[in-house]
Design a protein around this ligand. Sequence first.
Ligand code: SD4
Length: 341
Amino acid sequence: MINRRKFLLSSVFSSAAVLAGKLAAAQSAAGTLKGNPTVVSTWDAGLAANKAAWEILGKGGRALDAVEKGVMHTESTQSCCVGLGANPDRDGFVTLDACIMDESFNCGSVAFLERIKHPISVARRVMEKTPHVMLVGSGAQQFAIAEGFPLEEQKLSDDAQKAYTEWLKKSEYKPVINIENAGHGPFAPSQFENGEWNHDTIGMVAMDTNGNLSGSCTTSGMGFKMRGRLGDSPIIGSGLFVDNEVGACTATGQGEDVIRIAGSHTVVELMRQGLSPDAACKAAINRIVRIKGKAAKEIQVAFLAINKKGQAGAYSIQKGFNYAIRTNAGEKLIAAKSHFS
Ligand code: SD4
């Protein structure tokens, strides 16, 4: 006869086994077991970018190659807002920023780069072919040309030309939350709900079958910004950070406020202290909200992270930020939780 203690014990073990089985299945579905490649990217354009990254990750390729290829897809989509098709600065020039980081703290960055279609690939060349981390402006362009990148025509896309002509009527610099590169008009909370997103950045972090992490971030920056303005996106530790022992993070939104707290590095350090990616992103967002006080209502910042187990998480100041995830189990677009609802 099974006594009560034995019965309780055996049911505890069997429920633990069921739970472990469920957890393993869930982890496997979420790509959290070592060997399960995972890629996450900011905003809905991340779905297509992840697909491009998956061509490498899905075949057991290196995370670094995947994060470059993934965001190149977005840079090529001229009608989108990342890359040369994006809105210009207030003087009418499109200037691009990008950075990339691998599993061994190797990193490369370009900023204020003009007329080059794939800043992310130039950033990778900076990482691999120079003793430096960051090249900017005409020096970055000169390096790109020397590396064989074609110099594209200096011409705004039709959409950007239209937006710029409209913007010139008032010439006001007022970023609109979640549609940063609209660059004009008052902040309207309704815009969070009506799907009018129009982003100028993609950040991507990935883990490959060897469990190695890498990340990339590429942007045209805020539309109608001052000439020469840089945001967080090309700054290692702000727009992107990867520590292969812990995790990786990328940021989007108002770059000035990401830089203020060295955002992506902060999130990775919080994960090192044991926080989940969700909790680490939330803690970093809370820090920005505290610093900004009432002005926090007028900005959007979002962090997106994965940890060494391949678990992903995100958090934003305002509602409306979403991210794309792709694992062996498939692809998904996930709405991040936010400080203001
Ligand atoms: C910047 N962080 O230049 C970028 C903008 C951005 O979606 O992420 N927009 O400040």
